[in-house]
Design a protein around this ligand. Structure first.
Ligand code: ACO
Length: 326
């Protein structure tokens, strides 16, 4: 049976650091409140000249280098992003050209913060069916560009980064075991960007009303996210004959430490086996799971044969999980 295995991972975050102390100067908040309610201490913010594809290209180059591949080796590109450079063309298209890939297929997936697992799961399907040998999967965001820095409910959370993973076909008994993807559109108004699309195209009025920024009902998102996160993790483990005890490492979407802790408690996952870096990056949307994976590998938290679970949820709602044997 052909499986898709990750053979190289890369990550990139903009240089500029925005601390909680910096945010105290922008909105009525405090370092203490932010740390206690979210676990976030600082986050990275792109400068005016940096767009999502710029971050994506850097993460992808590192992933390719670590996989000992050149751009010509890639057969398809799957990108998760909520903040493309433009409405079109896709970030995948821009990355294909900027990396110097052949004329291959590329696609962006808009699944908000679940874009990480959506892009990885999509790439894996192409590899497992034998259609493509190597797929470059990317999660990249510049969420700061759709963040209202006068809204303390969102500006303390959202941030910028990119991560990438190269998938390759293998006949070995390792790689992606299963994927689990869901969406439920009834929750769309809990987290969305009202204007800039076809419902409310950009006008002076939409700009004046700050409708091009992300709007969120934070505590409602929190409750649904915890439940879905935990259910998705439990379901994919059970379906494949595993329990939480079999897991070597859980890499959750880094939205909020409290959501991670509550979901893990519900799913019976001890925090010692959970990777957390939300304190240094905030919520980087579709990039977060990739960035966490890159750091977990660099920290030696994953070794050959480990059972690793990734799970993410985001606006829509869209959520899901990817289970793999490293
Ligand atoms: N600083 C200080 N006080 C604040 C801040 C802030 N930054 N933000 C809100 N408050 C206040 C509120 O106004 C409220 O005050 P009140 O009681 O006087 O009305 C109080 O703190 C409590 O507000 P809640 O919204 O109930 O606070 P909560 O504990 O739920 O924390 C938070 C808010 C951090 C937003 C939390 O709900 C959360 O993390 N939700 C999930 C958000 C998330 O993960 N979103 C991303 C999903 S993924 C994606 O697709 C992008």
């Amino acid at each position: 049976m052909t499986r898709a295995r990750i053979i190289g991972v890369g990550a990139y975050a903009p240089k500029r650091v925005l601390t909680n102390a910096d945010l105290e100067k922008l909105v009525d908040t405090s370092d203490e409140w932010i740390v206690q309610r979210t676990g976030i201490r600082e986050r990275r913010i792109a400068d005016d000249s940096e767009a999502t594809s710029d971050l994506a290209v850097k993460a992808a180059q590192q992933a390719l280098e670590r996989a000992n591949l050149v751009p010509e080796d890639i057969d398809f590109i799957a990108v998760g992003t909520t903040t493309p450079d433009m409405i079109f063309p896709s970030v995948g298209n821009i990355v294909q050209h900027r990396l110097g890939c052949r004329r291959i297929g590329s696609v962006d997936m808009l699944a908000a913060c679940a874009g990480s697992v959506y892009s990885l799961a999509t790439g894996a399907q192409f590899v497992q069916t034998g259609k493509y040998r190597r797929v470059l999967c990317i999660g990249a965001e510049t969420l700061s560009k759709i963040t209202d820095f006068t809204d303390r409910g969102t500006c303390i959370l959202l941030a910028d980064a990119a991560g990438a993973a190269v998938l390759e076909a293998t006949d070995e008994d390792r790689g992606i075991i299963d994927v689990d993807l869901y969406s439920d559109g009834q929750y769309w108004e809990l987290l969305y960007q009202p204007a800039g699309g076809s419902r409310h195209p950009a006008t002076h009025e939409t700009v004046d009303k700050r409708m091009h920024y992300a709007k969120m009902r934070g505590s409602d998102v929190f409750k649904v996210a915890v439940r879905m996160f935990a259910e998705s993790a439990e379901r994919i483990l059970t379906r494949n004959g595993f329990t939480a005890n079999d897991l070597s490492l859980f890499i959750p979407h880094q939205a909020n430490l409290r959501i991670i802790e509550a979901a893990c408690k519900r799913a019976g996952l001890p925090m010692e086996r959970v990777f957390v870096n939300v304190d240094r990056y905030g919520n980087t949307g579709a990039a977060s799971v990739y960035v966490a994976l890159e750091e977990a590998l660099a920290a030696g938290r994953i070794k050959r044969g480990d059972l690793v679970l990734m799970a993410a949820f985001g606006g829509g709602f869209a959520w899901g999980a990817v289970l793999m044997r490293w």
